[in-house]
Design a protein around this ligand. Structure first.
Ligand code: F6R
Length: 612
């Protein structure tokens, strides 16, 4: 949700920042802009649209500078436009600032500033904060760093801000609360960014800035302070990430690359944890909390979007294998509805980015009440990972496509291992079933690779239905969340209206939508409910709906009811969701491409939702 990049050092700064913005475009692409200081003074260049628009606009301008800050925006306050693009220039014309987050008390600050004679060029909360800082600096005759520190004590909301001052062509002042900031440490240079991808090719030494910290960044100096002006010791970490991980590697789109990476990413997730031959599962980040989880009266799962769907699968699996009640909550609802959380309650947080604002705040609240937080997170060192008492990374690697694919299957793999391990320790799974499920889970990477070979066939199906106005996705039991996920993927990528529904619930309303124009995707692999799902297919067929069925090899009945089938290898019903989602990812991808859409950057979306 907005990407930010900054550079101060000995190299030309603008090309570094521009490249970084392209890497962070998945976080928002409503507008892009940079601010830099050179012989022409402090200058801002910004354009509505993607980073490429900015690049074209700045092509003939004097962009030479050893200091630059840049922003790619996901609009919150104010429509996407040149005027609302970041960075903004202060009323005095002395300071440029960019911002990722939301200033909740901006209206109050704005009215105070208006009374003092300030005027505003944009509709953004960012410009309000900037002028608030500008005003404090003037009134107190203090440094920019001091003004930022005073201002932030009055700010309600989330922010990561970068500021530069026209008289100081070496220094970037940065601060964060709730929105991520990582600083790369080079020799005689520093890099700032929302995540490590703009930094990785220059240095692997990074510092993740904490909430309520201010960084004063110069080519040869990095000073971290808290808002009380106390100097903090930066905790320098080594990045475990390669440049290749953030490039397309020959694929047309990141989404396709990430779908095709899944045999490897799931393998990476299972490696060193699942030993199917020895029948053991080690989740070292969680094992210290096994007792607390098994003794819990209930487990709460908190997440958003696709991660919430992974939580729903986990609910079904944990209840089945561990016999512990599980509740799955949308983080955005959970945080505001005064939920009952007791000391010792176990909360599993699921998040690809580890930065989703709703999830983060929901967890902070629950942690204050004494809950134990287990984080199932993809981005190493992210805010949710750091806030969690324990957890397991999904090891899916950098996910750049805005629609989540490989992170979802990584989440499922971790949650399946967790459920199996706890169920076995709890004595609620028989040894032979446990062994069978371990074996099936270990076979997933190979079976995913097999399913990916169906890509051409799935593309043909996609072309056939690409002009549909609506889609219905149906599944029961473990496959109900997969139906939800299939519908979400299609909505995001193709802008076709799609609904996921429990297959049997369909007759209580959505069946009214069914006619010869409605494609209905059944996630109908062999499980305990299969006969029931086949009856639901009959109900759709009787109303002339077009059926696309995801089925298991050997199923001879479903094809007779379906217009198109996608046949998957057999696997236990508990592990099946991780396979069943793959054809749905491909179906959405190919429909999006057939409609000529930008599947990596669907409209209005951003990868990391750091605003509520
Ligand atoms: C959908 C998608 C979103 C995210 C959601 C939560 O493809 O990517 O629905 O799943 O915004 O994000 P994380 O998992 O980063 O907390």
């Amino acid at each position: 949700m907005c990407g930010i990049v900054g550079y101060t050092g000995f190299r030309e700064a603008y090309p570094i920042v521009l490249k970084g913005l392209k890497r962070l475009e998945y976080r928002g692409y409503d507008s892009a802009g940079v601010a830099l200081i050179n012989d022409d003074g402090l200058n801002i260049f910004k354009k509505k649209g993607k980073v490429a628009e900015l690049e074209e606009y700045a092509y003939t301008k004097n962009m030479q500078s050893q200091l630059c800050i840049g922003h790619t925006r996901w609009a919150t306050h104010g429509e996407p436009s040149d005027r609302n693009a970041h960075p903004h220039l202060s009323h005095s014309g002395e300071i440029a600032m960019l911002h990722n987050g939301i200033i909740e008390n901006y209206a109050q600050l704005k009215s105070e500033l208006l009374k003092k004679g300030y005027s505003f060029k944009s509709d953004t909360d960012t410009e309000v904060l900037l002028n608030f800082i500008d005003d404090i600096k003037k009134e107190n005759a203090c440094t920019l760093e001091q003004a930022v520190s005073i201002a932030l004590k009055r700010i309600v909301g989330a922010y990561c801000i970068l500021l530069i001052h026209k008289d100081d062509p070496e220094t970037i002042i940065a601060a964060r609360k709730g929105s991520p900031l990582v600083i790369g440490i080079g020799k005689g240079e520093h890099f700032l960014a929302s995540d490590a991808s703009p930094i990785i090719e220059y240095t692997k030494e990074v510092v993740y800035v904490n909430d309520y910290e201010i960084a004063i960044v110069r080519p040869n100096e990095l000073i971290l302070k808290n808002l009380g002006n106390e100097v903090q010791t930066p905790f320098v970490q080594k990045l475990d990430m390669e440049l290749a991980a953030i490039e397309k590697g020959g694929y047309d789109h990141f989404m396709l690359k990430e779908i095709f990476e899944q045999p490897q990413t799931i393998e990476d997730c299972l490696r060193g944890r699942l030993d199917a031959v020895g029948g053991s599962i080690i989740l070292s980040g969680i094992s210290n909390y096994s007792k607390e989880i098994l003794q819990a009266n209930r487990i709460l799962i908190v997440a958003c979007g696709t991660s919430w769907h992974a939580g729903l699968v986990a609910e079904y699996i944990i209840e089945e294998l561990c016999r512990i009640p599980v509740e799955v909550e949308y983080a955005s609802e959970f945080r505001y509805r005064n939920p009952i959380v007791h000391k010792g309650d176990v909360i599993i947080a699921i998040s690809q980015s580890g930065e989703t604002a709703d999830t983060l705040v929901a967890l902070e609240n629950a942690k204050e009440k004494g809950a134990i937080i287990l984080g199932i997170v993809n981005v190493v060192g992210s805010s949710i990972a750091r806030l969690s008492h324990a957890g397991a990374y999904t090891h899916a690697g950098h996910e750049i496509g805005v629609a989540s694919t490989k992170a979802f299957t990584g989440q499922l793999a971790v949650l399946m291992m967790l459920a199996l391990k706890l169920g076995y320790e709890n004595g609620t799974i028989a040894a032979d079933r446990y062994q069978l499920l371990c074996n099936d889970l270990a076979s997933v990477p190979e079976k995913v690779a097999q399913i990916l070979k169906l890509d051409d066939a799935i593309k043909k199906i996609a072309l056939k239905y690409a002009d549909a106005r609506d889609f219905l996705y149906l599944g029961r039991g473990y496959n109900f969340p997969i139906a939800l996920e299939g519908a979400l993927k299609l909505k995001e990528i193709s802008y076709i209206h799609a609904e996921g529904y429990p297959a049997a619930e369909m007759k209580h309303g959505p069946i009214a939508l069914v006619d010869e124009n409605l494609p209905v995707v059944f996630v109908a692999t062999k499980d305990s409910f299969h006969e029931k799902v086949v009856s639901n297919m009959q109900e759709i067929k009787a109303r002339k709906g077009q059926i696309i069925a995801i089925i298991t090899e050997g199923d001879t009945v479903s094809p007779t009811l379906s217009d198109d089938v996608i046949i998957l290898p057999a696997i236990d019903e508990i592990i099946a969701p991780i396979l069943n989602v793959i054809p749905l990812q491909l179906l959405s991808y190919h429909i999006g491409i057939a409609k000529g859409l930008d599947v990596d950057k669907p409209r209005n979306l951003a990868k990391s939702v750091t605003v509520e």
